[in-house]
Design a protein. Structure first.
Length: 95
């Protein structure tokens, strides 16, 4: 699997993914632990997966996610198997 983890700036992951035909996913803050440090504009940084396919993105996200007690924004929750959801219908789901 070819993949990348992109970070800080609001469009550094989504727009390049859209322009280059790859899958970019901006996950929820706290899902992937990292050292939090405000950038030059006061924004907290983040790390997101970028891959060639949705399945690869699910695999990479699961490997990146998890709790880190040194990260105050890190969620202490079980990490789901995102790959199991790939290809399943969204019919009946509510947001």
């Amino acid at each position: 699997m070819r993949s990348a983890a992109s970070g800080p700036a609001s469009t550094s992951q989504r727009i390049p993914a859209a322009c280059n035909g790859v899958v970019g996913f901006k996950k929820t803050l706290g899902l992937v632990p990292h050292e939090t440090a405000p950038d030059a504009f006061g924004n907290v940084s983040y790390i997101d997966p970028t891959t060639r396919t949705v399945r690869d993105n699910a695999i990479l996200l699961r490997s990146m996610a998890g709790h880190d007690p040194k990260d105050t924004t890190s969620a202490d929750l079980p990490v789901p198997n995102y790959e199991e959801a790939v290809g399943k219908s969204v019919k009946g789901m509510k947001i």
